[in-house]
Design a protein around this ligand. Structure first.
Ligand SMILES: [Zn+2]
Length: 480
């Protein structure tokens, strides 16, 4: 979805010229009696559309388009339905979405016994899975508010490791088999920045792992094979297509260790025609060494077929508002001991951006707090001065807590903002108390961005939020 889509609901005159490529072919299909929104300013709306295979040959009035049909042409009366161009999601994570869908979906569990039943059903259907992974339970919505323990998960399997992640991603629960494999027992100390819940009397781990303790088990989960990756990309891309997305920008490349397998999985799917959508891959390479390797790989993989392209370098400069790790220029209003956390020093960020600019690679940087935004724009400005040939438009992903002077600077630097309107219904409830009234004034300021001439591209950050583009547009329009 893009900002341009939002203005397309106006009514336009019905009489539209037939625009037809001069191709001596009869359409394979004709759709008529429709309200077709073309996004072409000269012919904004049409009644009918002719296709040859998956290519649009022409749009126009019912009369003119139906006249193009030959004997072989299939015709479809759409009975007044609306037809719109496909949507694009400017930033999401297809592999994470697919991995969530491939495991046990725990979002519907309303009690621990629900959660156990969902796990058992999954094991029955997937008896050969080495690990039983699940995601999305929320004990706040349980009839009795308590976290599940290893004893509950042992009812799902005693022979396969079971590992369930809470909706927040900061708490996981393991069964006895998984704890045993990780050698976690009464003697295990809590790791720095994490903890194991323990039985009061015996000190035995209950199976509940918090923050940095999660990796004690998670690090044992084997990395996915190319076939595993293909399976999860297939389900996620089909889910995206079912919501009207025809192209997505997916942040699925992270570091160089998994790079080749992931490119191979995407390449094979594109080659075999199994991708229902086009995918532009965003690549997170956080050190100069990783970026150097990635730039080499881009040279040896100039193309991955017609459906997959290698997109921008994606960097993270701060954390999230939920965790108070987004970098602000002032302390948090509801916790004055912190102003968030910048992931790079200015010099480190400058170096990575400059390397990308030198290769004329687009850069898209995650920045949520205004301090992170200052750093990103400083880096962009320096790189533009040092590399005048850098024509790829710089991007900021999220751009949530912004000051007015920063919005003006974004416009001046020609920055594209990848915004997630679907965050608003979730964040609305705490933003003002978290960052203060003054900072919230020009935050999530998409209309101001538009008025200043900043290009915005809508997205969902799925699976953080649903990638249903209509929900995103609803949130953009109503801020609810
Ligand atoms: Zn993301």
């Amino acid at each position: 979805m893009g900002a341009e889509m939002l203005s397309s609901t106006r009514l336009f005159p019905q009489e539209v010229e037939v625009t037809m490529m001069t191709k001596p072919v009869k359409p394979t299909q004709v759709f008529y009696n429709a309200k077709i929104i073309t996004l072409d300013q000269t012919h904004p709306e049409a009644e009918a559309m002719a296709l040859e295979g998956d290519q649009i040959l022409a749009v126009g009035t019912n009369e003119k388009i139906k006249a193009l049909a030959g004997e072989e042409t299939e015709t479809h009366d759409l009975e007044g339905q609306v037809v719109i161009p496909g949507f694009n999601d400017s930033h999401m994570h297809l592999i994470n979405l697919g991995q969530g869908m491939d495991g046990v979906d725990l979002t519907k569990a309303r009690s621990i016994s629900d959660l156990v039943r969902l796990g058992q059903e999954y094991v029955d259907k997937n008896p050969d899975h080495a690990w039983i992974l699940g995601r999305g339970f929320n004990d706040e919505t349980f009839e009795t508010k308590a976290l599940p323990t290893k004893a509950d998960l042992d009812q799902i399997s005693k022979t396969q490791p079971v590992f369930f992640t809470r909706v927040c991603g900061h708490i996981c629960v393991a069964n006895s088999k998984a704890l045993q494999m990780a050698r976690l027992d009464t003697t295990t100390p809590n790791p720095a920045g994490g903890g194991l819940d323990r039985e009061m009397k015996t000190g035995e781990p209950t199976g509940v792992l918090r923050e940095n303790a999660i990796d004690l088990v998670r690090s044992l989960i084997p990395s996915p094979t190319i076939d595993d990756l293909k399976r999860v990309i297939r389900i996620a891309s089909q889910a995206a297509a079912s919501l009207g997305l025809t192209s997505v920008q997916s942040n699925d490349l992270h570091g160089t260790r998994t790079l080749i397998n992931r490119l191979e999985a995407y390449g094979q799917l594109a080659e075999s025609g199994e991708l229902p959508i086009r995918v532009e891959l965003q690549s997170t390479m956080s050190t100069p060494e990783e970026l150097k390797t990635y730039l080499e790989v881009r040279k040896t993989h100039p193309t991955l077929g017609t459906k997959v392209t290698l997109g921008p370098l994606k960097l993270f400069t701060d954390g999230s508002l939920g965790g108070r790790t987004a970098a602000l220029t002032h302390p948090y209003a509801d916790d004055p001991t912190t102003s968030g956390m910048a992931i790079f020093t200015q010099e480190e960020l400058d170096e990575l951006v400059l390397m990308a600019a030198h290769a004329n690679l687009q850069v898209a940087i995650h920045a949520i707090g205004d301090r992170a935004m200052d750093m990103v724009m400083d880096s962009y400005e320096k790189a533009k001065a040092a590399e005048p040939g850098w024509t790829a438009r710089p991007r900021i992903i999220h751009a949530q807590i912004t000051r007015y002077d920063q919005l003006e600077r974004m416009a001046r630097l020609g920055i594209v903002c990848d915004i997630q309107p679907i965050f608003v219904p979730t964040d609305l409830h705490f933003v003002e108390s978290r960052v203060g009234l003054e900072s919230s004034k020009y935050s999530y300021a998409w209309k101001t961005m538009k008025e200043l001439g900043i290009h915005t591209a809508g997205g969902s950050d799925c699976p953080v939020e649903s990638c249903n583009p209509l929900w995103g547009m609803h949130a953009a329009i109503t801020r609810q």
